[in-house]
Design a binder for this molecule. Structure first.
Ligand code: FES
Length: 114
């Protein structure tokens, strides 16, 4: 499921975006695609109540990681099975890495720091 961003605010050298929904709307063990402008996508994960975010496109052949399988801190790409640690972005399958982003819970909403 994809969500559109509902607001953006710039703070000095970083930008916080709202995921547009409350933490309770992303149950533990699930993930969701967040659509940014210009076609950019973020994958947002709930690991036992802790939220993590990464770029969404798998560096192998571009499958959306938010549609992969999330098991604890590891997301497995649904296309060929590459695995990534959502905390660090480290690939556990090959020497690769995906970008990760800080996630904040503020005023009852999820915010991602770009
Ligand atoms: S596209 Fe993700 S492992 Fe191939």
């Amino acid at each position: 499921m994809a969500n559109d961003i509902r607001g953006a605010e710039a703070q000095s050298d970083r930008t916080e975006i709202s995921a547009g929904f409350a933490p309770a709307d992303l149950p533990a063990g699930t993930s969701r695609t967040i659509q940014l402008s210009a076609g950019r996508e973020i994958a947002l994960y709930n690991v036992n109540g802790e939220f993590y975010a990464s770029e969404n496109l798998c560096p192998h052949q571009g499958a959306p990681l938010a549609e992969g399988t999330l098991c604890e801190y590891v997301v497995e790409c649904g296309l060929h099975g590459w695995q990534f640690d959502v905390r660090t972005g480290d690939c556990l399958t090959v020497p690769e890495k995906i970008q990760t982003f800080e996630v904040l819970l503020e005023e009852g909403l999820i915010k991602i720091v770009l």
